[in-house]
Write a protein that binds this ligand. Structure first.
Ligand code: 3NM
Length: 522
């Protein structure tokens, strides 16, 4: 059985100046590469054979199988473990007839049709790519994109065919690649294939071991806390019970909620967090992200007033939170306002896996590439989606996390269930930062949900779906407190509303939630 985890594809043309090919290969094996494919597109037969023979000796020393790209004759000559073919190379069925029984045959696939053909041809594994853009190979097919790998993997259900992802995979996007490349039937990649991340490195051993570390983080810690809940038994009653448990848990444990947010609403967000019983830390500097991820209960990333220095912190904080299995709440504020924000959001979501994405209709439309709803600056305009429930559910499925669409009615989905909440008050729309505060409330309650999940089940199995309850709880706490604040005699308008809102958040009771929650589960 081949271990496809870290699949090195060679590329001599990418070696850094002065780096010896065989030394680089050996170092990569020491770093933890589990299978090697010799890929030589320009070498003569004699040269290819020589390289393959010498590479085989090195791979044998590490007990790592060697696969030859395209050339059946070279594979036979060096007794390689397998052959990898592209779509325009020799067909799998013919390769199969030429090679000894038991030889592994892999084929590159870019779309469903090619996967179907690989299944019919009884390939042993498929290389799905290119997942990201790459300059290592001239691509003549569209980039698959991490969010589309799942549907290709799903086609392999019921077969024993393995799958590796390839194309532009780096340590910076590996965790995201692994989390994103999962089918709705929960089939994940068996491994990832890389060229430049290892071959072009001056320290291939370290490059390979860094990738291995990320692979084992993903495998050992299971999933990051995110949406893809398999729970289908949510009801209004058990959701409210869960929210109330979370509310008490946050007050009892005061989890640290790390927030990298915008400078318009830092103080409001921190105050709301304290009022709920959690403890805010508004750190932005990259140097402290790793340590904070160990002690925090949840991370909030809000791009409202994005500056490059904070962007670096956001990139690192999210990755560290994923590694520590801490929930990451992401608020892509005003994503539709500029190309800069759009590409920042894309690259953040490509680097780490969010547990919850929260936005208004315009923001989520921009995030998902829909033009059904437009935005103006940070606000959405127009009457909203025709079918908001399906929209939110689909975005949750695509992003593999809980999605909260805020508005007069709030829609929250974990990809299966959709909670529809109609609490709130118009005064919330008259103060700045109410959306940002909602993010803080969600992050605080996600931290509470995680504490509860760990307490109830040491293996953390409950953790997967619980950010759904955290998100619902955060929105209910804020919107019900807003209703209560609006009823107070001392509230005369937006100016007096905000301090009253903080008061109400801090005194919100179980009874308030039970009596006032306007919630439906679809
Ligand atoms: N095959 P890097 S992409 C060899 O899409 C290869 O099938 C691809 O190189 C495919 O890791 C690719 O440097 C190159 O991006 C991957």
């Amino acid at each position: 059985m081949i271990d496809y985890s870290l699949y090195l594809v060679t590329g001599r043309e990418l070696l850094p100046p002065g780096q010896d090919y065989f030394d680089s290969l050996e170092q990569a094996l020491q770093g933890g590469v589990t299978v090697v494919q010799i890929r030589e597109k320009n070498a003569d037969t004699g040269e290819f054979l020589d390289i393959a023979l010498r590479s085989k000796v090195i791979c044998d020393r590490y007990n790592v199988p060697l696969i030859v790209n395209d050339r059946v004759d070279i594979a036979l000559a060096v007794q390689a473990a397998g052959v990898h073919v592209g779509q325009t190379d020799m067909p799998v069925s013919i390769v199969r007839n030429l090679l000894p029984e038991g030889t592994i045959i892999g084929v590159s696939c870019n779309n469903l049709r090619e996967i179907e053909k690989a299944i019919n041809d009884k390939a042993d594994y498929v290389g799905i790519g290119a997942i990201w853009s790459t300059t290592t190979k001239n691509l003549n097919k569209p980039i698959v994109g991490v969010r589309r790998v799942g549907e290709l993997l799903q086609k392999l259900d019921g077969t024993s065919i393995k799958a590796v992802g390839i194309g532009g995979i780096k340590s910076s996007n590996l965790l995201r690649t692994l989390h994103g490349s999962v089918s709705t039937t929960n089939r994940a990649l068996d491994g990832v294939a890389v060229v430049s991340e290892i071959v072009a490195s001056t320290r291939p051993r370290e490059a390979a071991s860094k990738l291995c570390e990320i692979l084992s983080t993903f495998r050992n810690s299971g999933s990051v806390p995110n949406a893809m809940s398999t729970r289908s038994d949510y009801s209004v009653e058990n959701v409210l019970d869960g929210v109330i448990q979370i509310m008490s848990c946050v007050r009892e444990h005061n989890p640290l909620v790390h927030q990298i947010t915008n400078n318009v609403s830092i103080a409001q967000s921190a105050n709301a967090t304290i009022a709920l019983g959690a403890s805010p830390i508004m750190a932005t500097t990259a140097q402290e992200m790793e340590e904070l991820s160990v002690i925090n209960g949840a991370l909030l990333v809000n791009i409202g007033t994005l500056v490059s220095s904070a962007y670096e912190g956001m990139t690192l904080a999210g990755s560290c939170a994923n590694a520590q299995k801490k929930p990451v709440v992401f608020d892509p504020v005003g994503i539709g306002a500029s190309q800069f924000r759009k590409s920042a959001v894309n690259s953040l979501l490509n680097t780490w896996q969010a547990s919850v994405i929260k936005g208004n209709a315009g923001e989520l439309a921009a995030l998902s590439g829909s033009n059904e709803v437009q935005s103006k600056g940070v606000d959405s305009i127009g009457s909203g989606f025709k079918d908001p429930i399906s929209f939110v559910r689909n975005v949750a499925r695509k992003e593999r996390c809980v999605v909260v669409m805020s508005g007069k009615t709030d829609y929250i989905s974990d990809g299966t269930n959709v909670a529809v909440l109609t609490n709130g008050h118009e005064l919330l729309g008259q103060i700045t930062g109410s959306g940002c505060i909602a993010g803080s409330c969600i992050a605080s309650y996600c931290a509470g949900a995680m504490i509860l999940a760990r307490g109830e089940n040491q293996e953390g199995k409950l953790a997967l779906g619980d950010v759904f309850l955290g998100a619902i709880g955060g929105i209910l706490a804020l919107t019900i407190s807003a209703e209560l604040a609006s009823l107070r005699e001392d509230v005369k308008g937006p100016g007096t509303f905000f301090p009253a809102l903080i008061d109400e958040l801090s005194t919100l009771s179980t009874r308030n939630i039970r009596e006032r929650a306007c919630i439906e589960i679809q």
